[in-house]
Design a protein. Structure first.
Length: 302
């Protein structure tokens, strides 16, 4: 009997498909175990075909974008992982910018700037993809995706394409309805405002300067690890608890910004998760505050 690897490669010879592929090659933390199958569709049709293939063959399916706010456990992921970074087109028409799921959020802000459109400046340095940004309502410096997204095109688990308007996405702090459903972001359209290009550029440059001066961009990391608890600043809590520099294996609480955990060399996902657990325990004991992770954690234990 033909196995699933042979079946998928025979059915989709035009799609790059890798087997037993370490996901550490794709995550910003440079950690993560192997996936059984990893596919890289280059357009919506290929993505749709792969999703339908997974459904028809009862193959577990995981969708990944830029993997900038993601930890994949060291046991990796069973089934099929679709990485959408090849879906990376960005277009502008009038006051709208539309970007497909794998497009860089940073590049999308640059396209908006080039067309003199304001509203996405807050995202100038966020390293994620459009799909991930919509999925988690990414934000920084007082702005959030929910403030500017007009409509999102998604793919349902059975391969149907549909569109959600902003109000249908039920955005909240680092959340959207997509987190409770299995729809896959294909593209997002942002409704922006005409502005002075010099002013837009200046604001983007200022926020990028602030980011570079405060965040440990010189090390691999998964970005901000924890959600901001009501009435507190996460970084200050961790700093006040004396945890900056705390290290397990190759994962360390950043000495530059306590809200980040960085890979200082050969860290594993387990190192990251153990540091996270230690931080949560100490902060709960010292300040009676429960830190909830913002980073998405998926995959199996080794």
């Amino acid at each position: 009997m033909i196995n699933i690897t042979e079946k998928i490669t025979q059915e989709f010879p035009e799609i790059k498909i890798l087997t037993t592929e370490p996901l550490a090659h794709y995550t910003n933390t440079k950690t993560g175990g192997p996936a059984d199958l990893v596919a890289f569709p280059t357009d919506v049709t290929q993505t749709q075909q792969l999703v339908r293939f997974a459904a028809q063959n009862e193959l577990p399916l995981t969708i990944i974008g830029n993997a900038s706010n993601l930890i994949v456990r060291d046991g990796g992921i069973r089934g099929l992982v679709i990485i959408l970074t090849e879906l990376n087109t960005i277009t502008s028409e009038g006051e709208r910018v539309t970007a497909t799921a794998g497009a860089s959020l940073i590049e999308t802000t640059e396209v908006a700037y080039q067309h003199g459109l304001s509203g996405l400046e807050f995202a100038a340095g966020i390293p994620g993809s459009i799909g991930g940004a919509v999925f988690m309502n990414a934000g920084a410096y007082g702005g959030e995706i929910k403030d500017v997204v007009e409509a999102v095109t998604v793919l349902s688990p059975d391969g149907q394409i549909k569109t959600y308007q902003n109000e249908e996405l039920q955005f909240g702090y680092r959340m959207s309805r997509l987190q409770a459903e299995d729809d896959i972001v294909l593209a997002a359209t942002f409704k922006l405002t005409p502005g002075d290009k010099k002013v837009i550029r200046a604001q983007m440059d200022e926020l990028n300067f602030l980011r570079a001066s405060k965040q440990p961009l010189e090390y691999p990391s998964c970005g901000s690890v924890f959600k901001r608890p009501a009435g507190h600043y996460t970084g200050k809590l961790i700093h006040d608890a004396g945890l900056q520099g705390f290290t397990i294996g190759g994962a360390q609480v950043s000495k530059k910004h306590a809200g980040f955990i960085v890979n200082i060399g050969s860290a594993t996902a387990t190192d990251y998760l153990n540091v996270i657990k230690h931080i949560q325990t100490v902060i709960a004991e010292k300040f009676d505050v429960n830190l909830e992770t913002e980073v998405r954690i998926i995959g199996e234990e080794r």
